[in-house]
Design a protein. Sequence first.
Length: 85
Amino acid sequence: MPSTTIAVGSSVGLHARPAAVIAAAVTESGVPVTLATNGGVPVDAGSALLIMTLGAKYGDQVTVACDDEALLRKVADLVATDLDA
């Protein structure tokens, strides 16, 4: 599965608001996407709760994996964006 690693851009990390935005985009697409922190177990990016369990803070590296290249880029961009701004 293609993947990319990106730094978390939200100033307070992947908490409720950014997690909800990312999960909504993944759920809407209907395509499986996973997120994982360095050395961590991948979680379903369609679940805001599972995204929050990563404990990813601003600047942490997160690996996004998805078979759909366009969705992979979209989710990576969301992870890299400060969704609290």
